[in-house]
Design a protein around this ligand. Sequence first.
Ligand SMILES: [Zn+2]
Length: 164
Amino acid sequence: MPQWPHQSEVDVFFGNPRGRDGAASAAWERANIARIQAPWPLVTSWDGASVGGISIHRKCSESLLRVLNAIWDAAGQDVRKIREWGMHFYGGGYNFRLMRGSNRLSMHSWGCAIDFDPAHNTFGDTTPNFANYPEVLKAFADEQWTWGGNWTKPDGMHWQAADL
Ligand SMILES: [Zn+2]
């Protein structure tokens, strides 16, 4: 069972992704970010282009693969079911950026967060579409990933390998 750090301890657990002048550290990215493949075809949520791979921290990449494989099995390995759930819409993994409405770094900056289907699970939506699919929620919960969908400011597209 994976144990993820508290949000305040991600620098210790995942390393410091900050480079110079507020930019990302290319050296840290090379050393820490892995590229994995989902068991089904992914497209970007913004323009439908096919996605070559998911960029995620190597410390949680194997866990994320287990999550995706569990979802694939729960869907009966049927890509139509995956599309019904919206899990084919990739919203981003590693991405060095600030949190919405804040000057703090997003968990995506450490490569320990991933978004799916932002169009139907928008930031602030108290009824995110993923709430309808317990199979998806369970697969992430079984690997101790935190879902943003029931936060005070809901972020239903978002899962992270870090505790609040
Ligand atoms: Zn996110």
